[in-house]
Design a protein around this ligand. Structure first.
Ligand SMILES: [Zn+2]
Length: 98
């Protein structure tokens, strides 16, 4: 797909490091399967992946983690809906940082 951020690049299948902050917590999730723009590096997650990422971030926030870094774990209970979406737009309670 064409990148929505730079409108120049084309995305390709790859892995992204997703960093989310909420309140005082920073959650870094590595090796998240994503569509990554070859031009600017912006990434897009499908809805199932985004939901999984947020659930895992929620767990860390609930535990009161200041900084938590972990690897993406596939959650088979979440249906994979193949619609790319920008993470930051999905859950305004999180801020996406780079
Ligand atoms: Zn781009």
């Amino acid at each position: 797909m064409k990148c929505l951020m730079c409108k120049n690049g084309v995305t390709a299948k790859g892995k992204a490091t997703v960093t989310l902050t909420r309140g005082g917590s920073v959650v870094v999730i590595k090796e998240v399967p994503a569509q990554v723009c070859r031009n600017c590096g912006e990434y897009y997650l499908d809805e199932g992946t985004a939901e999984t990422v947020y659930r895992q971030a929620d767990d860390a926030v609930k535990r009161g983690a200041e900084v938590e870094v972990f690897r993406y774990r596939f959650d088979p209970s979440i249906k994979n809906i193949l619609r790319p979406s920008v993470v930051a737009e999905k859950k305004p309670s999180y801020r996406k940082t780079r």
